[in-house]
Structures are given as structure tokens and as C-alpha cells.
Design a protein around this ligand. Structure first.
Ligand SMILES: N/C(=N\S(N)(=O)=O)N1CCCC1
Ligand SMILES: [Zn+2]
Length: 261
């Protein structure tokens, strides 16, 4: 395994408006990764991941997930290397999870589903001036996906879990500082990578996906805290935020590359 130090949803179809295949899409996400069909690429260098906890700003319940948002005005929280030709700045991270433990992740490995999946969303600050421009551009985004499996409580995640009651309702935000997302990156930096899309609208095909091979562990109570969030704003019918993952999309003419077979 490449051991390098690094510093630091399916709502029922009738509710998930993005269930339809984007018109003409040829590289949509998520997908099932068939490990036997992936191609070992020895030219894939290790990922370089460096996050500055002081860039962490707030948590926002946007009605799809909860986003932990970062200050991307400096170059302190970045990912480079691996399949990436430029350095990409961290904009936000969020999760997808299920109502029950047998579903939740967006990507799967040989059809194996995890109860949750973390997405660290970065944008190509060498080629584009803003995140919004990058969303709509080739090679605009790099998203690191990390699977979560149930087991021991994740001590680093607990600070985030403790803040979730403050963003129970859609459109709520809470200040959240001094959090280093590196604590959620597996110690093994082996990954799969493939060209894909955002999994929620606008579903633009601007994403280089980097899916970490090894999951991290978190506790039942921590997953319950995710499930206690609401899709709905204060004063409206209570709808628990669960199954916020997209259905899987056809691989079509794509190859998934791997750092190791
Ligand atoms: N769908 C998304 N990220 S994801 N689930 O594909 O990582 N985003 C929508 C706007 C910015 C990020
Ligand atoms: Zn996501």
C-alpha cells in the first residue's frame, strides 16, 4: 500500500429530482467499480493531500447533505499528484448515507455497498478563477471519495457529529472551525480513479474521481446523528435526511485505473 504521510442519497425516486440520466451524458457518476476490470497504472503517482484546519469555516445543511465549507482564497488546503495535472483547492466536504446500514454509499466495489461515503470536493485553481467556473469545465473538479464502514467510533469525526444538531434543518448553518479533514483520509493511500460527474445537479461531467480503496470506520451513534438531520426547513413536515445517494450510472466507454491491483 502507498503509505505516505498526509497532513494534516437514494431518496425514493419520486423525491430525488436528479434520478434521470442527464441528456447525452457519457461519463456520469456514481458507478460500481469492478476491481478485476480496473487497470493498474504504474504511472499513477501518490496523492499529495495537505489541509489547513484554520481554513475550515462552517457547516451548512443545504437540503441534500451537510456541507463543511472551507476558505478557498488561499492555497493552504490542496490536493495534487495522482491523476491530477494541477493542484486543486478544497471547497467543501459532505457525505451520503442510507436509512439502513445496507445502503448509503454512492460508489460500490464489486457491488459491495457501504453505509456511507465521504466526498471531499476540490476545484482546479490553476486553470479556473472560481469554483462555479470549474464546476462547468473539463478537469474542473477533483473529488476524493472515502467509504465509511460501521465499527469503532471515529474520534476525529466526533467534533463534527457534535455540531450537527445546530444544522438539523435545511438552510441552517453553524460556524465550525479548526477541523482537519486529513483525519478522515485512510492511512493506506491506494485508490481507483476514473473520469466522472457530480452526483447531484448540475451533474456536470467535470470531475476526476479518486476513490480510496480502504474504508475508514465510524460508530453507530455517529451514523444515527447523520440520520437525525432533516431534508426540510424549520416549520415544515419533518423528513429525515437519509438515502441521499444517486442511483449508479453506466460505465460506458471508461476505464477505471488503479494504483495497485
Ligand atoms: N454533487 C456534488 N458533489 S459530489 N456528490 O458529486 O461529490 N456537488 C454539487 C455542487 C458542488 C458539489
Ligand atoms: Zn457527494
Amino acid at each position: 500500500c502507498n503509505l505516505l504521510a498526509c497532513s494534516q442519497t437514494a431518496k425514493p425516486a419520486n423525491q430525488q429530482s436528479w434520478q434521470t440520466q442527464i441528456q447525452g451524458g457519457s461519463r456520469q457518476s456514481p458507478i460500481d467499480i469492478r476491481s478485476s476490470e480496473s487497470v493498474h497504472d504504474p504511472q499513477l503517482t501518490p496523492l499529495s493531500i495537505s489541509y489547513d484546519p484554520s481554513d475550515c469555516l462552517q457547516i451548512w445543511n443545504n437540503g441534500d447533505s451537510f456541507l463543511v465549507e472551507f476558505d478557498d482564497s488561499k492555497d493552504n488546503s490542496v490536493v495534487s499528484g495522482g491523476p491530477l495535472e494541477n493542484h486543486y483547492k478544497l471547497k467543501q466536504f459532505h457525505f451520503h448515507w442510507g436509512a439502513e446500514n445496507n445502503r448509503g454509499s454512492e460508489h460500490t466495489i464489486n457491488s459491495l455497498v457501504y453505509p456511507a461515503e465521504l466526498h471531499l470536493v476540490h476545484w482546479n485553481a490553476e486553470k479556473f478563477r472560481t469554483f462555479d467556473e470549474a464546476i462547468f469545465s473539463e478537469n474542473g473538479l477533483a473529488v476524493i471519495g472515502v467509504f465509511l464502514k460501521l465499527g469503532r467510533k471515529h474520534d476525529g469525526l466526533q467534533k463534527l457529529v457534535n455540531a450537527l444538531p445546530a444544522v438539523k434543518y435545511k438552510d441552517s448553518t453553524v460556524e465550525f472551525s479548526n477541523f482537519n479533514p486529513s483525519c478522515m483520509i485512510p492511512s493506506c493511500l491506494d485508490y481507483w480513479t476514473y473520469p466522472g460527474s457530480l452526483t447531484t445537479p448540475p451533474q456536470t461531467e467535470s470531475v476526476t474521481w479518486v476513490i480510496m480503496k480502504k474504508p475508514i470506520e465510524f460508530g453507530d451513534d455517529q451514523l444515527s446523528a447523520f440520520r437525525s438531520l432533516l431534508f426540510t426547513p424549520f416549520g415544515e413536515k419533518l423528513e429525515n435526511m437519509v438515502d441521499n445517494f444517486r442511483q449508479q450510472q453506466p460505465l460506458m466507454n471508461r476505464v477505471v485505473r488503479a494504483t495497485i491491483l
